[in-house]
Design a protein around this ligand. Structure first.
Ligand SMILES: Cc1cc2nc3c(=O)[nH]c(=O)nc-3n(C[C@H](O)[C@H](O)[C@H](O)COP(=O)(O)OP(=O)(O)OC[C@H]3O[C@@H](n4cnc5c(N)ncnc54)[C@H](O)[C@@H]3O)c2cc1C
Length: 286
């Protein structure tokens, strides 16, 4: 039998994590696939396992100061039906896996798995989400760009877990989400894209751009986004080619069984171009 702990409370979980190096299990939809050993054989875990999914203390959605506060064990399917979750985030969630998987899958698992093809990451990077990490005696907030440090790598310490995900609410006037997969549902992304922007008075108030599955980490550049804020439509139009060139220089996809790098690169650049064109068109007519 797998050495495991099913804590009754968050405090019990955090206390145990001070003493033992556990593998944390949320919904298990990534872990159980990664650790499977074949039919009728239990999955292999090199360390004891701690189950967190049932902890009600980590299952909530709140709205505070123009941001969503999402408890780390809230299943994606609950988010999809929650009145506080904006429709554009729901579009992303609706394209993930299937309802059955979404009943178990969590944002925390999607984040901590740190795959460049994880679908919520593009939304969370473009929104500038922050992650609240908790250990028994300490909590810290880490911006998403600092949380993931490489493929399957994060700054999580052994005694920490993801407690909350904080997602700023964007009053977007333009939002694009595209997932390119091998089929319409239950597909792993070949390329994913989120573009969000707030325009008013023919000026860009806010912009968020993120590209997934086309580099070892999600491509997102908050410094570039800050630089674009405040531009008029005319100025943005003049910068369009430079923006595309800037992001294109970071696109560095791989060939794998799902797709090849030439296709991924072309599609990613097309999606960015379409988003900027839509933004410019709306800005001229609004
Ligand atoms: C059939 C199928 C289809 C899928 N389709 C998609 C898809 O379309 N898009 C997509 O992005 N993903 C997809 N996935 C992958 C998976 O469902 C998601 O990545 C999901 O969000 C993982 O969440 P989980 O709660 O199941 O994580 P788990 O498997 O429990 O954990 C994943 C990782 O996160 C860590 N972890 C979990 N919770 C915490 C926490 N609170 N604190 C610290 N570390 C934590 C675990 O230790 C582990 O390393 C699919 C998986 C399957 C099996």
């Amino acid at each position: 039998m797998i050495d495991h702990l099913i804590p009754k409370t968050l405090h019990e979980a955090l206390s145990a994590m001070e003493r033992v190096h556990f593998i944390k299990v949320a919904g298990g939809t990534d872990l159980m696939v990664q650790r499977r050993m074949g039919p009728m054989v239990e999955p292999r875990f090199e360390s004891p396992v701690i189950f967190l999914y049932h902890l009600k203390e980590l299952n909530y959605v709140k709205e505070e100061d123009h941001q969503l506060i999402i408890g780390s064990m809230t299943p994606m399917e609950d988010l999809l039906h929650h009145p506080s979750i904006p429709n554009h985030f729901k579009k992303v969630l609706n394209d993930i896996a299937s309802p059955g998987i979404r009943q178990m899958a969590t944002l925390a698992g999607n984040l901590a798995n740190a795959s460049p093809a994880a679908d919520t990451l593009v939304y969370l990077y473009a929104s500038r989400a922050e992650i609240l990490l908790a250990s028994l005696h300490h909590e810290r907030i880490v911006p998403i760009r600092d949380f993931i440090t490489g493929v399957k790598k994060t700054v999580l310490k052994d005694n920490e877990l993801i407690k909350e995900i904080h997602v700023p609410l964007c009053p977007c006037t333009t939002f694009t989400w595209t997932k390119v997969g091998g089929r319409k549902s239950d597909a792993i992304s070949k390329v994913s894209f989120v573009g969000m922007a707030e325009m008013s008075d023919h000026h860009l108030k806010k912009i968020g751009i993120a590209l997934g599955a086309v580099a070892p980490m999600v491509i997102s550049d908050h410094a570039m986004e800050d630089d674009l804020q405040g531009l008029s439509i005319k100025e943005l139009s003049m910068r369009k080619d430079a923006i595309i060139k800037h992001y294109a220089s970071q696109i560095n996809p791989i060939d794998d069984q799902r797709s090849n790098k030439t296709y991924r690169r072309k599609v990613a650049i097309n999606l960015l171009t379409q988003f900027l064109d839509e933004l410019l068109l709306k800005g001229m007519t609004s």
